[in-house]
Design a protein around this ligand. Structure first.
Ligand code: H2B
Length: 101
């Protein structure tokens, strides 16, 4: 997966395809809301398995009924790359089955 920094325009273009995601402090971020704390913890576990598979890891924050992801590419110097969006797209594809919004 290319780890070249994406331009601001490229990031904005990609975010248009990912409702709920935003660019903040050189990271892409998303907060999911779940029905229960246990559902939120299950989503964290599922995301962690995908992150291990991709070898790309976000900062995951588990709240009462929320899961917050914040990610960029350390190996590229702490900027947003295609790999971050690959992770975001994988999480977007698995989140609905958890009842996440
Ligand atoms: C050595 C290991 O493969 C690398 O450090 C991986 C691990 N997970 C990672 N996660 C993130 N977010 N960025 C990276 O550059 C990265 N690199």
């Amino acid at each position: 997966m290319p780890s070249e920094p994406l331009s601001q325009k490229e990031i904005e273009d990609r975010l248009r395809e990912l409702p709920g995601w935003a660019f903040e402090n050189d990271r892409i971020i998303r907060t999911y809301r779940l029905g229960t704390h246990f559902a939120a913890s299950a989503l964290v576990s599922h995301i962690a398995s995908v992150q291990e598979e991709l070898n790309h890891h976000s900062d995951l924050t588990l709240g009462y009924n929320t899961v917050r992801l914040s990610v960029n590419s350390h190996d590229a110097g702490g900027v947003v790359t295609e790999t971050d969006f690959a992770l975001a797209e994988r999480v977007e594809s698995l989140a609905p089955a958890h009842g996440a919004s």
